[in-house]
Design a protein around this ligand. Structure first.
Ligand code: FAD
Length: 461
């Protein structure tokens, strides 16, 4: 065999797996047909955050008037914005290439296809390996009536290239995490944005109260949001894209005109076209490769991690699974045994959650007690001009066990670390309430939400 481990795909899951395998003394190669870093670094997590930051700076330049700071006209050089964003991507993907090289991981360029259970054709090269980790990720789901041309009708990859001039009216089909991040970017850059969602709630699966709080804050910024709504078709005319929009409840149809349509209706796993069926790797009806808690597929020496191995399709879940798969191959006692995987919408305010929603906790039979602390009562939030949102804590009334934390607010993603650690360590609400949090910080809102579970918060009743 050429290698102990061959990883297919060098996204966050794949490169974590490859580096950990090499660290554990295994001879490792990665096959990559696109760019090292995968979706996350090239067309996902990182470039979106760069655009979100740029948009927020534009919005903040207006908010500064409140404390007497005024600028001459705020102007955006779109080509500089796009190249700045690309520069960050380049730095990070270059960093991953160096890490792979530094750990003596061989990168084989080309599309990988299985020949047999230990042999993979990568471009024009045949590679054999004792163990194979599939980390091929996912791609945007499409709508047949809105074919992507990356100009008028874009997917998330097309939306990352900001056009000049900024489109006047943008329709975002899909009110999930990706849809809202782009809605926020384009709204801050000056577009009039509408988000439509088929389901009764945007950010499906998130806590209902927290989602309402999030929607309230986002609507205040001028983004229109309609649920139980779908886009049927469009016609390109001189004055723009005439989109037929339909109410799912009443069936009422209308036409609205936009300059750009973003299709953000989810992602599908990239499990096809690798001859997996021929080597006996089982794929679910939804296209995910089926794995056990050690990330082994139905063929025990073939593993699958990241987006291709199931929901949630998130980089940090892919990274963790990459480490686990490599450790299992190296003979370590490792398994994917996590209490909760955090989720974040990186808008402003951010929306971040970990653990059970109130409804999920009730459905599991817990006697639920919640605590809420609004950022409107936080001194730190006031100094940051960011008082929208709250921290909501979900707990078990009988044992005081922390079950979930849902934050809409400034830097919610960074505050979530405390909640994730709490859940993993089986913390009680009292553990958080008894911990001194620095003052003045946003984290005090987490402390006060915990105190509020016991109806003992100082700054709210
Ligand atoms: P991927 O990153 O998809 O990488 C798979 C790699 O495999 C690719 O490089 C591909 O070229 C390669 N490949 C595929 N098939 C083959 C083959 N047959 N042969 C060789 N190579 C192959 N997640 C977060 O956690 N936080 C965020 O903020 C976030 N923001 C996002 C924003 C956007 C716009 C998008 C689209 C996604 C975002 N995600 C985010 C999701 C995140 O990008 C994915 O969950 C993550 O990239 C999955 O990692 P992966 O390793 O499973 O696969």
């Amino acid at each position: 065999m050429d290698y102990d481990v061959l990883v297919i795909g060098a996204g966050p899951g794949g490169y974590h797996a490859a580096i950990r395998a090499a660290q554990l003394g295994l001879k490792t190669a990665v096959a990559e047909m696109g760019a090292v870093g995968g979706v996350c670094l090239n067309v996902g997590c990182i470039p979106t955050k760069a655009l979100l930051h740029a948009g927020e700076q534009m919005a903040e330049s207006k908010h500064a008037r409140e404390f007497g700071l005024t600028f001459n006209e705020t102007k955006l050089d779109v080509s500089k914005l796009n190249s700045w964003k690309e520069g960050i991507v380049k730095r990070l993907t270059g960093g991953v290439s160096s890490l792979l090289k530094g750990n003596k991981v061989t990168v084989v360029t080309g599309e990988a296809k299985f020949i047999d259970a230990n042999t993979v054709q990568v471009g024009d090269q045949k590679v054999t390996a004792k163990n194979i980790i599939i980390a091929t990720g996912s791609e945007p789901a499409t709508l047949p009536t809105f074919p992507i041309d990356q100009k008028d009708i874009v997917d998330s990859t097309g939306a990352l290239v900001v056009p000049d001039p900024i489109p006047g009216r943008v329709l975002c089909i899909g009110g999930g995490v990706i849809g809202f991040e782009f809605a926020h970017v384009y709204n801050n850059l000056g577009s009039k944005v509408k988000v439509i969602e088929f389901a009764p709630q945007v950010i499906p699966g998130a806590d209902a109260d927290a989602t309402k709080e999030f929607v309230k804050a986002i609507k205040k910024q001028g983004i229109e949001i309609e649920v139980r709504t779908k886009a049927n078709s469009f016609e390109k005319k001189e004055d723009g894209l005439h989109v037929e929009i339909e109410s799912v409840e009443t069936g009422a149809k209308r036409t609205e005109v936009f300059d750009r349509v973003l299709v953000a209706v989810g992602r599908r796993p990239r499990s096809r076209g690798m001859n997996l069926e021929n080597v006996g790797v089982k794929i679910s009806d939804r296209g995910f490769i089926e794995v056990n808690d050690k990330l082994q597929t139905s063929v025990p020496h073939i593993y699958a991690i990241g987006d291709v191995a199931g929901n949630p399709m998130l980089a940090h879940k892919a990274m963790k699974e990459g480490l686990v798969a490599a450790e299992v191959i190296a003979g370590k006692k490792s398994a994917m045994d996590v209490v909760a995987i955090p989720g974040v919408v990186y808008t402003s305010p951010e929306f971040a959650w970990v653990g059970l929603t109130e409804q999920e906790a009730k459905d599991k039979g817990y006697k639920v007690k919640t605590g809420v602390f609004p950022f409107a009562a936080s001194g730190r939030a006031m100094t940051l001009q960011s008082t929208d949102g709250f921290v909501k804590m979900v707990s078990d009334a009988e044992t005081d066990l922390l079950l979930g934390v849902h934050i809409v607010g400034p830097h919610a993603s960074d505050m979530l670390g405390e909640a994730s650690l709490g859940l993993e360590m089986a913390a009680t609400v009292s553990d958080i309430a008894l911990t001194i949090h620095a003052h003045p910080t946003l984290g005090e809102a987490v402390l006060e939400a915990a105190e509020h579970v016991h109806r003992q918060a100082i700054h709210i009743s």
